[in-house]
Design a protein around this ligand. Structure first.
Ligand code: CAA
Length: 241
């Protein structure tokens, strides 16, 4: 029986690459999205993945999305908490909404989504929770106190949940990408981004499929001994700057 995966923020960026990869590997995949209908439709056409609309910052939306996916594809074996936003700005000018929107979407979503699936995974004694963090949660970034806090918080969440579920066949891990060639990164002012890329030892932005390879590994049967860890893919950027 093919395992069932749900990827939040799965119709664009890193999430889309993950959906493409897991679909190609034979998983039954659902992609969550919040509003871009065109991207959702094109993903559906391209991969055959189920698409499900909702706001990961809202508990009731998540409950509804998980029920819909389970009704169509079966119980969720793999949850990829990937949906995320930026509202960059230096802290001394940051508005309360910039802070709370990022915390809600990037961090409250961990509770809202994971809470829906964890009991089922424990009952079935198999599960994979994969959280997409960021290099900026590991080392900090000017203009991202909100995002860095949420992404660092994700690492703590991962460790605690991994401990709680280790004996239940449920692994919980983070992936911390560096700067990946997505719309989110392309939105960084050009001059700033040029400076960032110049610092990356490998000399380029990362690709979504490089993150997806790591997700496919963690989602697999052979990764049962990997839990509570953070896999970093950043072209060596963590080592410099
Ligand atoms: N250290 C300390 N302070 C710095 C600094 C540095 N290296 N660089 C800039 N600053 C300060 C300046 O002193 C200045 O402060 P004052 O206004 O008090 O003088 C302020 O930052 C810069 O103000 P500006 O008016 O020049 O710039 P801004 O406010 O319009 O924009 C910014 C600042 C939001 C940080 C902008 O440079 C930016 O967007 N940077 C990129 C942030 C980034 O990398 N985001 C990642 C998005 S992609 C992503 O998040 C995916 C992922 O996981 C990697």
């Amino acid at each position: 029986m093919a395992r069932v995966a749900l990827v939040t923020g799965g119709t664009r960026g890193i999430g889309r690459a993950i959906v493409e990869r897991l679909s190609a590997d034979g998983f039954k995949v659902a992609a969550g999205y919040s509003g871009n209908e065109a991207a959702a439709e094109s993903l559906k056409q391209e991969t055959g993945a189920m698409v499900i609309k909702g706001n990961v910052g809202n508990f009731a939306d998540c409950q509804h999305a998980v029920k819909a996916v389970e009704a169509e594809l079966g119980p969720i074996d793999i949850l990829v908490n990937n949906a995320g936003i930026t509202r960059d700005g230096v802290f001394h000018r940051m508005k309360s909404e910039q802070w709370s929107e990022v915390i809600r979407v990037n961090m409250d979503s961990l509770f809202n989504m994971t809470r829906q699936v964890i009991e089922g995974m424990r009952d079935r004694a198999w599960g994979r929770i994969i959280n997409i963090s960021s290099i900026n949660g590991q080392k900090g970034q000017v203009g991202q106190t909100n995002y860095s806090a949420a992404k660092a918080g994700m690492i703590g969440f991962t460790k605690a949940l991994a401990l709680e579920n280790a004996k239940k066949g449920v692994t919980v891990n983070c992936i911390a990408p560096g700067y990946i060639d997505t719309e989110m990164v392309q939105a960084v002012p050009e001059k700033v981004l040029e400076g960032i890329v110049a610092q990356i030892p490998v000399g380029r932005l990362g690709r979504g499929d490089e993150i997806a390879d790591m997700v496919a590994f963690l989602a697999g049967e052979r990764a049962g001994y990997v839990t509570g860890t953070t896999l970093s893919l950043n072209g060596g950027q963590y080592l410099v700057g």
